[in-house]
Design a protein around this ligand. Structure first.
Ligand code: TRP
Length: 334
């Protein structure tokens, strides 16, 4: 009996040694260590929310035992909001034959999927994956692409605006019209406005340089201004905040990070949680799950975020019943 288990143990140990030595042949091109899992992580631009998402992804991978530089390699690249950079970065990942591409934002996901239909792509924080054409079906992506969505409710944000700053008639929309994510939300805003006899003043920009002028123009024409989760606006939000504070315009936004950075208020999702969910999907795929069959994950817990310093600068008193439910990002961290 004792002898038998010793034999089994020896055989097992030999097998393990063989596997560890790399006899498994994972199909990599052969340069370097073929057992190390490689993740290509592409982020459109730097702003508070995307940085938070990226950090949450890396932390969650780590907590689940996938540690960058130890048993996995994360190749993180930032495209500085340049479409051409996105393309170069994603082509590099494909040439490198990474195991999974993680694409943070809609534009990053769109470019990544244009470069490969073989390597699994997990997108993160894509506002409207169907409108952006990264999947055709939220429940059954069907291809090599799935991920998380940070879809928000324009209705909820407008209802919040109605509660805090009632009686507005004209809503300015500040966004980059080349971001599909923003266009999808502004379309929802226009539909809402139609139903509620509001007027939307559309101020589409195409680069961060235009924010100052667009914001000033909107401030002259509107009672309140709204920006969706627009990466271009978010990456230069201080400029917009300054204009709207100077002009006394409540600036409602799509994300908590924008409120943290000085905008007025939102009804939004928790991006730390979204980042962690993104990492969980990556791990499932590394463990052989098929992206084609993994439904896109949406975040259904939304919360109110306000900035009391901005409120004070605007001379607006936020009703107590709103404050009771809200997180004040002038006082708390994301
Ligand atoms: N939802 C955006 C997209 O689809 C990405 C995003 C996440 C974002 N968090 C944000 C944009 C905060 C602006 C602010 O591309």
């Amino acid at each position: 009996m004792k002898r038998k288990s010793l034999v089994i143990l020896t055989v097992l140990m030999m097998l393990m040694t063989a596997v560890l030595a790399g006899c498994g042949g994972s199909g990599d091109s052969g340069d370097g260590d073929s057992d190390t899992v490689k993740i290509g992580l592409v982020q459109l631009v730097e702003h508070t929310s995307l940085d938070q998402i990226r950090e949450a992804i890396i932390t969650q991978l780590e907590e689940e035992g996938y540690v960058d530089g130890e048993n996995i390699e994360i190749d993180y690249q930032n495209a500085q909001n340049e479409q051409s950079n996105l393309k170069t970065i994603c082509q590099g990942f494909v040439a490198d034959d990474v195991d999974v591409i993680v694409a943070i934002t809609t534009p990053a996901a769109q470019v990544a999927m244009g470069e490969t239909d073989a390597i699994p792509i997990v997108f993160s924080a894509v506002t409207d994956p169907v409108a952006a054409e990264v999947v055709t079906d939220m429940e059954q992506p069907g291809g090599n692409v799935t991920g998380t969505s940070d879809a928000i409710s324009v209705e909820k944000i407008m209802e919040l605006a109605e509660q805090i700053t009632p009686g507005f008639k004209t809503v300015g929309a500040l966004y980059n019209s080349s971001e599909t994510n923003s266009v999808a939300t502004v379309d929802a805003l226009k539909a809402y406005a139609e139903e509620h006899s509001l007027e939307v003043v559309d101020s589409a920009i195409t680069s961060a340089n235009e924010i100052q002028t667009a914001a000033q123009n909107l401030a002259q024409k509107c009672d309140i201004v709204f920006s969706p989760t627009d990466n271009t606006v978010a990456s230069a939000i201080a400029t917009a905040n300054q204009v709207f504070i100077d002009e006394g315009i409540p600036f409602y936004v799509g994300a908590d990070s924008m409120v943290k950075d000085g905008a007025f208020a939102t009804y939004g999702i928790d991006y730390d949680y979204l980042g962690r969910e993104t990492a969980n999907m990556v791990i499932e795929i590394l463990n052989a799950a098929d992206p084609a069959e993994m439904p896109v994950r949406t975040m259904d817990e939304l919360a109110i975020y306000v900035n009391s310093e901005t409120a004070e600068a605007l001379g607006i008193e936020i009703p107590q019943e709103v404050l009771d439910q809200a997180t004040d990002l002038a006082k708390e961290d994301l």
